[in-house]
Design a protein around this ligand. Structure first.
Ligand code: 5AD
Ligand code: SF4
Length: 468
């Protein structure tokens, strides 16, 4: 697709600012509260910050809980059935809030409702949902909300053509010290299990100057951690009028003055280049943490998943990363119970876990997604078999994680302090460079700053420590 068909023209963005102004006038004075409920990945978190930015611009005060608000916007995920069912059940609970407060507005957007069948479900079975739009319609929230307010009619807008980039929208950032920066949208890979290309469209890269401007502003405002986001960051720049490699973008981001750490996700193993790894190894600003989704360790399953790498090429890449950065934290995603997965295939996955010794894995039982090739593949794996494999894999990984975590006892690590611990109000929590959660006692004015913490004890997924 031509670049100028992807970029939303400035005048269309200005039109939306116009609608924001009109909504503000319509709502009049007085406090109006809105909440954006976010499901799914970091890309969705980043989108929600733009949705909240527009709502804030329209005069809403952004809050975190849906009680006593004037507007609820649910930003949905479609990656697994579990995420969809959870969203539907939570949206179902908002019916009571609407009964208590008939002027409450309820909107739903994002990946789940970008599927036609889900849009129809919401239309028929959730009559109290006032408006709906897909991933493509994000920048049109002001217009959709204005039309709903003005006409009183429910608004249902699904992706008209798929794949745009909207620059210049306001952003309401949840944290003052951690920020997401989307560098690209969409995905071209069509892994056979995955719904993402259908709900988020084809890959399209933001102009590097727009990205660098955003990072510069964040660095100037004192942000300590910047995460560059894309479904497959290693394809960044291929579609630009002047193509640019992701490794080059990373170098340019690191040249920006300021004391901040750079993270990025997600990398597809077939596209992660040696140059990217070399740039990472050479650059102190880049966190030494690499998320590299394996999905399966069986060549046969990788082929039907359409992943386009083999167990051996994955291992070669992982070995190179470890050779260049011996202290790296490697994490991965695994799907268990993909159609046709045999015990032997599953053991291929376990053998990769044993060799690589990931710091952490995000594991999922395969979930059938309507419209994807895998949904109609023969030999869907029975649930009890998947559950059993899943449990065995977690047991193995827990042992690995715990033994790797123990290597940290006694070390003094820099920790970016995120807040007060949710489970123990006497403690603060923060994350190490490698992404491990650390609980320790300390003054609340450390929140948003870096602290030195000596690790005293570890669990499978977190550390305990004392402030130095
Ligand atoms: N079933 C289970 N897990 C899935 N993922 C993506 N699609 C599915 C599916 N249909 C997992 C992959 C991906 C992560 C974000 O979600 O492991 O890397
Ligand atoms: Fe993110 Fe994929 Fe879920 Fe969309 S479907 S929110 S892109 S994980």
């Amino acid at each position: 697709m031509e670049r100028n068909q992807i970029l939303i023209p400035d005048e269309k963005i200005r039109e939306q600012y116009n609608y924001m102004e009109r909504v503000r006038l319509l709502l009049g004075s007085g406090v109006r509260k809105a909440v954006v409920m976010t499901f799914g990945c970091q890309q969705n978190e980043a989108d929600s910050e733009r949705l909240a930015g527009m709502l804030h611009e329209m005069g809403y005060t952004i809050v975190k809980e849906p009680e006593d608000v004037d507007l609820i916007l649910v930003n949905t995920c479609a990656v697994r059935e579990h995420a969809e069912l959870k969203t539907l059940s939570i949206t179902g609970q908002y019916k009571h809030l609407k009964q208590k407060n008939p002027s409450l507005l309820i909107g739903i957007c994002g990946c789940m409702v970008s599927q036609e069948h889900r849009k129809e479900d919401i239309k028929q079975k959730y009559p109290y949902v006032d408006f709906l739009f897909g991933t493509e319609g994000l920048y049109r929230l002001p217009e959709i909300l204005y039309t709903k307010l003005k006409s009183g009619k429910r608004q249902f807008h699904l992706n008209e053509g798929i794949g745009n980039i909207a620059e210049g929208l306001p952003v309401y950032r949840e944290s003052s010290f951690k920020a997401w920066v989307s560098i690209m949208y969409g995905c071209n890979n069509f892994c056979s299990y995955c719904i993402v290309p259908y709900v988020r469209g084809r890959e399209r890269s933001r102009d590097p100057e727009e990205i660098l401007k955003e990072v510069r502003e964040l660095a100037e405002s004192g942000v300590k951690e910047i995460t560059l986001l894309g479904q497959n960051v290693n394809s960044y720049g291929k579609d630009l009028p002047e193509p640019m490699e992701f490794a080059t973008l990373l170098e340019k981001v690191c040249e920006i003055p300021g004391e901040f750490t750079v993270r990025f996700m997600t990398s597809h193993p077939k596209d992660a280049t040696k140059r990217l790894i070399d740039v990472m190894a050479a650059n102190d600003k880049i966190a030494k943490a690499f998320h590299l989704p394996l999905q399966s360790g069986s060549d046969r399953i990788l082929k039907v998943m359409n992943r386009r790498y083999t167990q051996e090429s994955y291992l070669t890449l992982a070995r190179y990363i470890k050779e260049k950065m011996p202290d790296i934290s490697l994490t991965t995603d695994i799907i268990v119970g993909f159609p046709g997965e045999t015990e032997e295939d599953f053991e291929g996955t376990l053998s990769v876990l044993k060799e690589v010794r990931f710091d952490n894995i995000y594991s999922f039982i395969y979930s059938k997604r309507v419209g994807t090739p895998a949904a109609s593949m023969p030999d869907q794996v029975p649930s009890e078999v998947s559950q059993d494999r899943f449990a065995r894999m977690l047991k193995l990984q827990d042992e690995i994680s715990l033994s790797k975590n123990r290597e940290n006892i006694g070390k003094i690590l820099p920790v970016l302090v995120e807040g007060v611990s949710k489970t123990d109000p006497d403690r603060l929590t923060g994350r190490t460079e490698k992404g491990r959660l650390v609980h320790f006692k300390g003054p609340e004015d450390l929140i948003g700053k870096e602290a030195s913490v000596r690790i005293t004890d570890v669990l499978t997924h977190s550390f305990f420590g004392e402030l130095i």
